[in-house]
Design a protein around this ligand. Structure first.
Ligand SMILES: Nc1ncnc2c1ncn2[C@@H]1O[C@H](COP(=O)(O)OP(=O)(O)OP(=O)(O)O)[C@@H](O)[C@H]1O
Ligand SMILES: [Mg+2]
Length: 325
């Protein structure tokens, strides 16, 4: 869907984006992760021509973006700006209806779409007539997302879409975001410097430093097989938590052999989806005072019960396996 080749950008004679290349498959999410000033926003803005590259190429759906007017490209790509960037003198509805308006949708269709998006993003319907300063930070962030989704673009660029939120609201919106079906089908490039968010939402992570991609791959690759010291150190502060987050119940299931049913009380058992990360599983077991977790798949076939010890044992085995391959 997107192919970026050898992108370079100089500011004041300094190379701030240095030979950045990646591709993102349709429906996947690439997270650009990195320290402040590493060139994430600049890279993102070169994808929709808000910034013109000094070198390199961006190809979207097989077409070089230089062959199209910047305005035409931006109408086809959703964009969530760092620091939200709603227009202060436009109401919420006017902000959301911006791109549909430019695309000359009929007024009624724009109005319907606004209402639909407010519901989708769990915002009160009467919010439409208010101005951005009359909203909480979390609401503004949701409106920013609604605006990017308004014309239903297949490709969305997001620059720290949850940056301005307190940890509790942030986690809630991240989870909703992860579960929105409309978003799962989109191709997304998302910038963040929150590693936990990156691991939660990314199909692939590109970790940047000094304008260069240091490593790109599945979150597991970056955590368990870092290519250099920068990559290793970047995750070190929260390494254990992140490793528990990236390993899913499903990965554990492939590890353990099926035993006969254990003798247990039902209230000791916590039922969880196989897609859940180990960190959430262990935290939930702690909260609910559960002794075993029962992973379920779509067909609800699994009869396996796993204790904390079994989970952690499988976790360390998996980690070892990953490191040695
Ligand atoms: N318009 C500009 N003119 C001059 N220098 C710029 C401009 N925009 C960005 N830079 C510089 O380019 C570098 C990369 O900036 P960029 O905004 O891409 O970083 P970032 O990775 O998004 O950082 P952050 O996480 O802080 O948002 C920085 O050193 C920044 O100071
Ligand atoms: Mg930035």
């Amino acid at each position: 869907m997107i192919e970026v080749k050898g992108l370079c950008k100089y500011f004041d004679g300094k190379l701030v984006v240095d030979q950045v290349s990646f591709h993102v498959r349709k429906g996947n999410t690439l997270v650009l992760l990195g320290t402040s000033g590493s060139g994430k926003t600049t890279t993102l803005k070169m994808i929709n021509r808000l910034i013109e590259p000094d070198d390199g190429q961006v190809i979207i759906d097989g077409k070089d973006i230089r062959d199209h007017q910047p305005e035409a490209i931006r109408r086809r790509i959703g964009y969530v700006i760092q620091h939200i960037g709603l227009f202060p003198h436009y109401t919420v509805s006017q902000n959301i209806g911006l791109v549909p308006g430019l695309l000359r949708w009929p007024a009624q269709k724009i109005q319907d779409r606004c209402r639909e998006l407010l519901v989708l993003l769990s915002l009160p319907e009467d919010l439409g007539n208010r101005y951005p300063h009359e909203l909480s930070g979390g609401q503004q962030q949701r409106v920013g997302l609604a605006r990017a989704l308004a014309a239903d673009p297949p490709l969305i660029l997001l620059d720290e879409p949850f940056g301005a939120l307190d940890p509790i609201t942030k986690r809630q919106i991240q989870q909703e975001f992860d579960q929105l079906d409309t978003l799962r089908q989109k191709t997304m490039v998302m910038v963040t410097h929150d590693v936990s968010e990156a691991i939660m939402l990314a199909d692939e992570i590109a970790l940047m430093d000094k304008g260069k991609i240091q490593q790109m791959g599945h979150p597991k690759d970056l955590l368990f097989a870092p290519v250099n010291d920068f990559v290793r150190k970047f995750f070190d502060a929260q390494r254990f938590r992140l490793e528990l987050q990236v390993i899913k119940l499903q990965d554990i299931l492939a590890q353990v052999s099926v035993e006969p049913d254990k003798q247990v009380n039902e209230h000791q058992v916590l039922v969880m989806d196989q897609q859940t990360g180990l960190l959430d599983v262990l935290e939930e077991m702690e909260r609910k005072d559960a002794v075993f977790v029962k992973p379920i798949d779509v067909q609800q076939k699994s009869r396996l019960l796993l204790s904390r010890e079994e989970l952690l044992h499988a976790f360390y085995t998996l980690k070892q396996q990953f490191k040695s391959t």
